[in-house]
Design a binder for this molecule. Sequence first.
Ligand code: GCU
Length: 138
Amino acid sequence: APSSDYQAESAKITQGAVESNHAGYTGTGFVNYDNVTGSSVEFTVNAASAGPASLDFRYANGTTTDRPMSIAVNGTAVAGSLSFPGTTDWTTWQEIKVNATLKAGANTVTATSTTANGGPNLDRLRVGAPSDTEQPSV
Ligand code: GCU
């Protein structure tokens, strides 16, 4: 099944900033979450039909401390504390995936930091079928 990419820098950002000072991001930049609990990025995801999907978050965390986030779809939590562990440095980007059910049409997907360190640097959300074998990101 095809997948769709949603850039974090184009999403609705609450307590965060669009930056581009660490190489390796896709699109035009990434979101640097404020280092506070509750900083968030909300994507609007369009689904052709209702059903299960994978939500694949591309991020960097140049610290050695996890930056967990809660993930909600249309306001309902699908992961209370999804782990975004350290990636060695801020220019090393990795992906963390969670499955969710989407409705047909517009859905909100929100990733909210759950610790005072805030979220990781968030590059992108990729939405695909749960069975997708996805290509590594550039
Ligand atoms: C550094 C880094 C930022 C990152 C921040 C953080 O300042 O340059 O890109 O967001 O650390 O710890 O959140």
